[in-house]
Design a protein. Structure first.
Length: 280
């Protein structure tokens, strides 16, 4: 087996501080979409905070899950978690570039009873089916009923999975294309990385990969050895070449110039031409 050209740092979670493990996780499992969650306490107090332990997990029924974690420094829980445990409702608002600074500000640890909508400069919109308000400035908002809360632990750093069923969805018309679907380029979503870093999900950061669902990709094992053992073509390059139904017949070049030319063509999504560049 080919050995990696670098050293590997191996970690056993129980042998390092929780805060250190937390940082490793956030830096390596990224980018993560951001849920800006509005909730209401049993006394009617509104709370708003963002969470990057968040994603979609089902379409039928439509289910989103976010996970507030216990604070590492003192094992305290967040107001959002306390609210959803009592009321079993929330609104999940997506975070885009134009509101990311406000979303971050909303996560300041204000005292209970402080309305983060006001602190972060957001405007409330009355929801139709749940008590918590939507965020006017968010491009997409999901009114949710909380189906289940799964606590993963009781120590500092432990998460609680808040399983939310979407009962109504609201989409700003400005992000819809002519076909009525959400246009990825118009959304300008952002995501969390490690430490204080964020990433953009638009512009040059966007790229497409054809899913091998309708055709059966030939696979790496079918690639000619001259290509598979290339010193120029990366694993990603080879995957593009392998994602076709049949390998073109011919005698293949080992010449680095031919491989460099093929790589350039692959970068421009010209798969067929890349194959031709590799044939003598």
């Amino acid at each position: 087996m080919k050995q990696p050209p670098y050293t590997v740092k191996s970690i056993i979670p129980s042998e390092i501080p929780v805060a250190e493990m937390h940082n490793y996780l956030r830096a390596s499992v990224a980018p993560r979409p951001i849920a800006l969650v509005s909730s209401v306490s049993a006394d009617g107090e509104i709370a708003l905070s963002s969470f990057s332990f968040f994603n979609v997990f089902s379409a039928n029924p439509p289910v989103l899950i976010f996970s507030p974690t216990r604070r590492v420094r003192d094992n305290s829980t967040k107001h959002t978690l306390e609210n959803v445990k009592k009321t079993r409702e929330c609104v999940i608002n997506v975070v885009t570039e134009d509101i990311v600074q406000q979303a971050s500000l909303s996560s300041t640890e204000f005292e209970k009873g402080i309305n983060e909508f006001e602190k972060a400069g957001f405007h409330e919109v009355k929801s139709d089916l749940v008590a918590p308000p939507r965020v006017l400035e968010s491009k997409v908002s999901f009114e949710c009923k909380v189906k289940e809360i799964l606590e993963l632990g009781t120590d500092a750093g432990a998460g609680s999975l808040v399983v939310c069923e979407v009962v109504k969805m609201h989409i700003h018309g400005e992000v819809l294309g002519d076909d009525g679907r959400i246009c990825t380029e118009r959304m300008k979503l952002v995501a969390r990385m490690g430490e204080n870093w964020y990433s953009k999900a638009f512009g040059d950061a966007l790229f497409e990969i054809s899913k091998p669902l309708h055709t059966l990709g030939a696979g790496f094992d079918k690639l000619p050895r001259e290509i598979r053992e290339s010193e120029i073509l990366t694993g990603n390059d080879l995957a593009k070449l392998a994602n076709i139904e049949a390998i073109p017949p011919g005698v293949y070049s080992r010449d680095v110039h031919d491989h460099a030319r093929a790589k350039q063509l692959l970068n421009n999504c010209r798969i067929h031409d890349a194959w031709q560049a590799l044939i003598r």
